[in-house]
Design a protein around this ligand. Structure first.
Ligand SMILES: [Zn+2]
Length: 64
């Protein structure tokens, strides 16, 4: 599952146990070993990219 942390950044958490530790080599949860679906990983990467884009435009706005 993907959720947003208090800072507004997206975070990826295990669908099975809800933990946020992943083996990024194998795309599996450290806690329970559940695989992270490729679709989930790409959705997360997209959310991260969107977050990055929004923080960059925010910076631009703040600096004028
Ligand atoms: Zn898990």
């Amino acid at each position: 599952m993907i959720f947003t942390n208090p800072a507004g950044a997206p975070e990826l958490a295990c669908d099975e146990c809800g933990c946020r530790w992943f083996d990024r080599q194998r795309n599996t949860c450290y806690e329970c070993g559940a695989p992270v679906p490729a679709a989930e990983v790409s959705a997360f990467e997209r959310a991260l990219a969107e977050y990055g884009a929004s923080t960059r435009s925010e910076e631009k706005r703040l600096r004028g």
